[in-house]
Design a protein. Structure first.
Length: 159
């Protein structure tokens, strides 16, 4: 796995969703997905110890949303709904606003902002992902690599 795209759509419906279409089948995207999508970025950044590039997606409609995803751990941010509703002019506006926000918060680069509001636990800094510590390590794997395959599958399943 070289990177993760987190997230796309969800079939879950938040209780706060107020739409005549809320009960319809299909994936929910856009603003109602923002908080959950950012939470998923935050969780995966910690699970991967910040070692995999994460593309944050879901509910990005402003520079504030872009920076929120980056500070949670995304190194790239994907937008779609904003382009549908605001057109291609949304991109240069987000860029200008993002540069202003970064300056206000004291960041000199995107790299500096990645995960800034989601510090990794000290245990993760030691080189082992806390989720896999113990029975899922190579040392304890007597299955000829099955645990390593399971690890990769589990990370993919989270997407």
């Amino acid at each position: 796995v070289d990177g993760l795209v987190v997230t796309n759509t969800t079939t879950a419906r938040p209780a706060s969703l107020r739409s005549p279409n809320a009960g319809e089948a299909g994936g929910l995207s856009g603003a109602p997905l923002r908080a959950a999508a950012t939470g998923a970025v935050r969780d995966l950044y910690r699970l991967t110890r910040g070692r995999l590039p994460i593309v944050g997606s879901g509910g990005v409609g402003s520079a504030e949303d872009v920076l929120e995803k980056i500070e949670a751990g995304a190194s790239l941010v994907q937008i779609y709904s904003s382009l549908v509703y605001s057109g291609p002019g949304a991109i240069p506006k987000m860029k200008r606003d993002l540069l202003r926000l970064m300056k206000e918060r004291g960041y000199s680069s995107i790299t500096e902002a990645v995960g800034a509001k989601n510090p990794l636990p000290k245990a993760a800094a030691g080189g082992k992902c806390p989720v896999y510590h113990g029975s899922m390590t190579k040392k304890n794997d007597e299955s000829g690599g099955a645990a390593e395959k399971k690890k990769r599958w589990w990370l993919l399943w989270l997407m």
